[in-house]
Design a protein. Structure first.
Lengths: 295, 308
């Protein structure tokens, strides 16, 4: 009976609303997908064909553009060497993976201790985490740039130490998670003689792994796409984001203009993140949920 | 005696563990947040030439604001344009992107035809690099792009517009880009919150013949209020950081400068004055902090958390 009621048809007004919204959704989705397909089509053309008509199908499909891109798409470092697409891939990988490990692990440590232990600074640290998130700081970039330069973090993998901040969105999510985990597991382990670190590593971390994995994936996507940090601080370690931007700037300011090869490059740069998304889309979507900000 | 000593030892170990777990994040916070922000305040009061304590940066800022809108556009110079544009981006985000995302999420939640595909497609701009997105968007708006073709067909214009190269179009195109890419994360946040609404409530509305609009405003919005207020607070937190991807399209030319882009350019490009940029940043932080606090307080008054 209830099932039959559930399938109650839409009213005429609701059906019209559905049709209108569906049309809007469809058109908006087309605007998002069309540029990708357009770039894909043009990535198989010669440069002359692209300039002749960017909407026409290629006469001969230039699959070799996807080979050429590894040779042609490169940017120069301050010491004169060229970093190609593979080098950019490598830089994107170490920056996004190591940065994500450090960020998420640091947040996990702070969130666990604040959620599960009683100590004097507990409420202050929680309040601090919320405060940092909601305070609109504008323009500390000059001071940040100066500090990174003074500490020789610019153009160095040492920049990774800046990713050890344990607060922010990751902290809030993990704090909520640990708050809801039963402490009886830990108590049982303490009775058996386990130390604090052992309880954290062997009991609490495995329990939190789904949340940690989700945050890790979200973090990887964010760092993979981050162009600001590599542009500002890692000129000699161009990632795919910053490298493609620099290549495009050089290309459009009079360098070798091979647009189809550039399109091949941007599509190749997008593949890893789309694959990651395909595998973890549910995880990403289920964990990108915000509750209220208390405090 | 032995038990007390053992307890003391245990407490000491626990304290060491807590310190160890917090130290990395706290050191990072002290250096890269506290020190950077203190340094930023110090820089704001430094004479760019001599480094001596001075109010010259603030004097320059107030002079720039006092002159109103400059006659000639110069992205290197901070002007009222940057403030106006920043507020336009903020308003679009708060009053257009946020409510539209909410409505979009509602219809995805109501399982409109193809909702699973739409949800993934709408989220794509949140996972694809800005560099890629701006490239693709830019080519659509280039002289050979489809938007240009449609625009010329619709307006009957014979001269090809240069969307990101003319003052009358550039800012609008940047706003369009922000809208085009702005729904993804909000939709996921709203959809996540809506998915936690008890089905029985929605079922009751259905049986009572409650329409979409009423359900959206009177039932869904209050039920997901914590998420709604969080999205609004984050929009407000980003008030003076709100900008389009100006670096990729106009580099601040054609009157498209914003506060945050201008500050970035002062650091990234040669010839910038970091001390002046720090002063501009400090000035707008001083406005932004009370603004966010008031908004947060108001949101707390307007809606209340609902337990379900």
């Amino acid at each position: 009976m209830l099932k039959r009621r559930n399938k109650k048809k839409l009213t005429v007004g609701q059906l019209i609303a559905f049709i209108v919204v569906f049309a809007v959704f469809f058109l908006f989705a087309v605007t998002l997908i069309y540029p990708m397909l357009w770039a894909l089509l043009n990535s198989f053309k010669t440069n002359a064909e692209y300039f002749d008509d960017p909407f026409k199908f290629p006469e001969i499909w230039q699959f070799k553009n996807y080979v050429k891109v590894f040779d042609k798409l490169s940017v120069r470092t301050s010491y004169g060497t060229q970093v190609g697409l593979l080098g950019m891939f490598a830089n994107s990988i170490w920056l996004s993976l190591c940065g994500s490990v450090l960020t998420v692990f640091s947040s996990t440590m702070v969130a666990y201790v604040v959620a599960k232990y009683d100590f004097r600074m507990k409420n202050f640290i929680y309040g601090l985490a919320i405060f940092i998130m909601i305070i609109p700081i504008v323009g500390n970039l000059p001071a940040q740039y100066k500090l990174y330069s003074d500490l020789h973090l610019r153009n160095s993998p040492l920049i990774l130490i800046t990713y050890t901040g344990g607060f922010g969105f990751n902290f809030i999510v993990l704090y909520g998670f640990f708050k809801n985990v039963s402490w009886s597991y830990a108590e049982a382990a303490f009775v058996d003689g386990a130390k604090n670190l052992r309880v954290f590593l062997s009991i609490m971390l495995p329990l939190a792994m789904p949340a940690i994995a989700a945050l890790f994936v979200i973090q990887v996507v964010g760092l993979w796409n981050d162009y600001m940090t590599p542009l500002m601080y890692l000129g000699d370690f161009p990632t795919l984001s910053s490298g493609l931007y620099r290549f495009k700037t050089i290309m459009e300011s009079g360098g070798s203009t091979d647009y189809p090869v550039y399109f091949a490059g941007i599509l190749l740069a997008t593949i890893p993140i789309l694959v990651l998304f395909a595998f973890f889309s549910e995880t990403i979507m289920q964990n990108t949920v915000a509750g209220g900000l208390k405090g | 005696m032995q038990i007390r000593q053992s307890k003391k030892f245990w407490k000491k170990k626990q304290r060491l563990f807590i310190i160890g777990m917090l130290s990395l994040a706290l050191i990072n916070f002290a250096i890269f947040w506290v020190y950077v922000n203190i340094q930023s305040i110090v820089m704001a009061f430094q004479d760019p030439g001599t480094g001596a304590f001075s109010f010259i940066n603030f004097k320059t800022l107030f002079d720039a604001l006092g002159h109103g809108r400059p006659l000639v556009d110069n992205p290197q110079v901070f002007s009222v344009d940057a403030i106006v544009n920043t507020l336009i981006f903020f308003a679009v985000s708060l009053f257009f992107i946020t409510p539209v995302s909410f409505v979009f999420s509602y219809f995805l939640y109501k399982k409109i035809w193809g909702y699973k595909v739409f949800r993934v497609v709408f989220f794509l701009p949140s996972i694809i690099s800005v560099v890629v997105l701006t490239s693709l968007f830019g080519y659509m708006f280039s002289t050979k792009g489809i938007v240009t073709e449609i625009f010329m067909w619709l307006t009957g214009s014979e001269t090809t517009p240069i969307f990101f190269g003319e003052e009358r179009y550039a800012l609008t195109c940047l706003i369009l880009y922000n809208i085009w890419t702005g729904f993804g994360t909000n939709i996921i946040l709203f959809s996540g919150a809506m998915s936690r609404i008890p089905e029985e409530l929605m079922e009751y509305n259905k049986l009572e013949g409650v329409g979409f609009a009423r359900e959206l405003v009177q039932f869904v919005a209050p039920l997901i209020w914590p998420t709604f207020s969080t999205v609004i607070i984050f929009a407000c937190v980003g008030i003076f950081n709100a900008s389009g991807p100006i670096l990729f399209f106009t580099t601040g030319n054609f009157r498209t400068n914003t506060i945050s882009y201008w500050i970035f350019a002062q650091v990234y490009q040669a010839g910038g004055i970091p001390e002046y940029a720090a002063a501009v940043g400090l000035f707008f932080t001083a406005i932004g902090v009370p603004f966010v606090m008031v908004v947060k307080w108001l949101l707390g008054k307007v809606g209340q958390d609902v337990e379900y």
